[in-house]
Design a protein around this ligand. Structure first.
Ligand SMILES: [Fe+2]
Length: 267
């Protein structure tokens, strides 16, 4: 226990001058430690006043810290709410992939946990995962929900969605590089992805994780143009292209998650 945890101010007065007792008293939260003597007793009003000043200072700081952490929590909640609203807006236009972004966010976050990434990375991955297809707002819904094969021209339109998402999100000052993660979620480590065709060393770890989660979710579940392929086929794809299209550490964590940790998500 220390002064931070004490709910009332106190000072310790003792008749023994002992360094050990002094340390213990301060550790227990005492604001001061006084050895009884004629002089120290005469000085008591001054000692008490100094202790109270210190106490007020501690209480004020504690209340300011509480307020700032409360407003940070509120801010996070607001941000979560806005992200969620954005996610629902995109998915309202594209019912076939409704729930896709949420599932990608869940899978991606689980991969990141498996990889031992920091809370900051986890937050970035969850937020970006929930809105990674935001740019599809620009793609006509006939193309998005087309049951048959799509033409090259239609695919060219679909391929604009990471850039469109980036252009929208770059206007918001997030505490994480959300716009860049969204921009890079279709890049592949060998440079065969889009829109930049950039290689592994230039792709953010968050984007590498979301891209693997995106492939797994998309292959495992039903799409307008095909039936669900299932999780086993999805994992085979990740294994086959480990270190070619997909970052090897991300691929390994993903495979471990499903095969050893029995991770599942709602199909
Ligand atoms: Fe996408």
């Amino acid at each position: 226990m220390d002064t931070e945890d004490i709910s009332f101010p106190f000072i310790v007065i003792t008749s023994h001058g002992d360094e050990h007792i002094a340390v213990e008293a301060m550790k227990a939260g005492a604001l001061d430690y006084v050895v009884k003597s004629e002089n120290s007793m005469l000085d008591m009003p001054h000692i008490a006043e100094r202790a109270l000043r210190e106490w007020n200072h501690i209480t004020e700081r504690k209340s300011a810290e509480k307020k700032s952490s409360e407003s940070l929590i509120k801010l996070h909640k607001t941000m979560d709410g806005i992200i969620n609203a954005m996610m629902l807006t995109i998915e309202a236009r594209d019912p076939y992939t409704a729930g896709h972004q949420k599932k990608v966010a869940i899978i991606a976050e689980a991969i990141a946990v498996e990889m031992g990434l920091t809370q900051d990375h986890l937050d970035a991955i969850r937020m970006a995962g929930l809105i990674h297809d935001l740019g599809k707002i620009y793609v006509p819904s006939e193309i998005l929900s087309k049951p048959g094969r799509i033409s090259e021209a239609e695919f060219d339109i679909i391929k604009t969605h990471p850039t469109v998402g980036y252009d929208i999100l770059k206007t918001i000052e997030f505490p994480w590089p959300i716009a860049d993660i969204v921009l890079q979620h279709h890049e592949r480590i060998n440079g065969s992805g889009y829109p930049g065709g950039i290689t592994g060393d230039r792709i953010l770890i968050e984007a590498k994780i979301i891209s693997v989660a995106d492939v797994v979710e998309a292959m495992a579940t039903h799409r307008p143009y095909r039936a669900a392929l299932g999780i086993d086929i999805a994992l085979e794809e990740i294994k086959r292209n480990r270190n070619k299209l997909y970052d090897p550490d991300v691929a390994d964590a993903c495979i471990k998650l499903f095969e050893e940790r029995n991770f599942t998500f709602e199909l």
